[in-house]
Design a protein around this ligand. Structure first.
Ligand code: UFG
Length: 330
C-alpha cells in the first residue's frame, strides 16, 4: 500500500491533475472537495468525500479514519476581483479554513503539509524576476488571505513541529497532455482559457486590459507554467518532506514571461482562428510584470520542468477546450 495523502480541492483544476499524477505513482488518495467549482468526474483516483472544509467535525472524522501521511491543500477561492467585492468569503474559505484544517492535523499527529500559495502575495514587485525573499505586499484580499495562511504555517511549524512546503504559483495554464482532464470553469477569467473560448466562439471577442504598461509591447507580462510541471513541483515537495526536509517556500514558474499580446498571437497560431481582439482599459490591480525567480526549487528540490513551451501549454489547453462542450458543474 502506498503512502496516504489527503488532497483538498482534488476535484478542481490543479488538484485533479495532482490526484491523477499521485494515483499513477501508487499513492493512496482521499480527495476532499465541496464541488463548488470542482467536478466529480475529474477525480480519477482514490475516494472523493464531498464535504466543505468549514465542516470541522466531518473533516476531523475523515482525518481520524483515513490517517494520512501528508496533506496537500488546494481548496480555495481564487478569483481576485471577487475577493475585492467579498473579502469575507476569501478570509473564511482561504485563511479560516486553512487554520481549522491545520489545527485538526496537528491534533491528529499529521505533520506534513503542502500549501497552494500564489504570486499574488508579492503584490506589485519592486523588481523581476521576483525571489522568495522579496517583500510580501499583496494588493488584494485574495493575496492577503494566502499570505496570512503562510504566516499561520510558519507559526505552526515552530510551535507544533509541522513541516510544510508553501508553493507560490505564478500563472498556471494548460491541461493534462493525455487529455483526460483540464480546466473546467464556465466563466474562466484567465487569459489563455478566455482566448481559447473566444477562438471556440463562446465569446464574441477578447479584451486586452491595458496597452500602456511599461513593458516591451505595452501589455502585461506573466510567467505561464504548465499544470503538469506545477504538479511535479508538488511531488518533489512531498518527497522532500518524506525524506525529513525542513519547511520551505518556493516560487513555481519558469523564470521568463510573455506579454498578453504574445499569448494572443500564440493562441491564434495554435487554434488557426483569427478571433476578434479589442484593446480596453487597464484592469485594476494588475502588476505590469510578474516573473518568477525559480532557481531555488530547481536547485533545492531538483525540480525539472518538461513543458516550458507556451505553444505546448496552449495546445494542451486547446485540445481540452475542444473536448468539453461544457460539462455540467457536477
Ligand atoms: N487579461 C486580458 N484579458 C483577459 C484576461 C486577462 O488582457 O480577458 C490580462 C490580465 O489583465 C493580465 C494577464 O492577462 O495582465 C493575465 O491575467 P489572468 O487573469 O490570466 O491572470 P492574473 O495574472 O491576473 O492572475 C493569476 C491568477 C491569480 C494569481 C496570479 C499570480 O488568477 O490567482 O495569477 O500570478 F494570483
Amino acid at each position: 500500500m502506498g503512502r496516504k495523502i489527503i488532497i483538498t480541492g482534488g476535484a478542481g483544476y490543479i488538484g485533479s491533475h495532482c490526484v491523477k499524477r499521485l494515483g499513477e505513482l501508487g499513492y493512496e488518495i482521499l480527495t476532499i472537495d465541496n464541488l463548488s467549482s470542482g467536478n466529480r468526474w475529474a477525480v480519477l483516483y482514490g475516494k472523493l468525500e464531498v464535504v466543505d472544509l468549514a465542516d470541522n467535525s466531518r473533516i476531523e472524522q475523515i482525518v481520524k479514519d483515513f490517517r494520512p501521511d501528508a496533506v496537500i491543500h488546494f481548496a480555495a477561492s481564487i478569483v481576485v476581483p471577487e475577493s475585492v467585492q467579498n473579502p469575507v468569503k476569501y478570509y473564511k474559505n482561504n485563511t479560516e479554513n486553512t487554520l481549522n484544517l491545520l489545527k485538526i492535523l496537528v491534533e491528529n499527529n499529521v505533520d506534513k503539509f503542502i500549501f497552494s500559495s500564489t504570486a499574488a502575495v508579492y503584490g506589485i514587485p519592486e523588481s523581476v524576476p521576483v525571489g522568495e525573499n522579496s517583500p510580501l505586499m499583496p494588493i488584494n484580499p485574495y493575496g492577503r488571505s494566502k499570505m496570512m495562511s503562510e504566516m499561520i504555517l510558519r507559526d505552526f511549524s515552530s510551535a507544533y513541529g509541522l513541516r510544510y512546503i508553501s508553493l507560490r504559483y505564478f500563472n498556471v495554464a494548460g491541461a493534462d497532455p493525455e487529455g483526460k482532464i483540464g480546466q473546467a470553469y464556465k466563466e474562466s477569467t484567465h487569459l489563455i482559457t478566455r482566448a481559447l473560448k473566444c477562438a471556440k466562439g463562446d465569446f464574441p471577442h477578447l479584451e486586452i486590459y491595458g496597452t500602456d504598461y511599461p513593458t516591451r509591447d505595452g501589455t502585461c507580462i506573466r510567467d505561464y507554467i504548465h499544470v503538469t510541471d506545477l504538479v511535479d513541483a508538488h511531488i518533489v515537495a512531498l518527497e522532500w518532506l518524506f525524506q525529513g526536509g525542513e519547511s520551505e517556500v518556493f516560487n513555481c514558474g519558469y523564470g521568463h514571461g510573455y506579454s498578453v499580446k504574445e499569448v494572443i498571437e500564440v493562441a491564434k497560431k495554435v487554434t488557426g482562428i483569427d478571433f476578434k481582439v479589442i484593446e480596453t482599459e487597464r484592469r485594476p490591480g494588475d502588476p505590469p510584470e510578474l516573473v518568477a525567480d525559480c532557481s531555488k526549487i530547481k536547485s533545492k528540490l531538483n525540480w525539472t520542468p518538461q513543458y516550458d513551451d507556451l505553444e505546448f501549454i496552449i495546445k494542451t489547453a486547446w485540445d481540452w477546450e475542444r473536448k468539453i462542450s461544457f460539462p455540467s458543474s457536477q
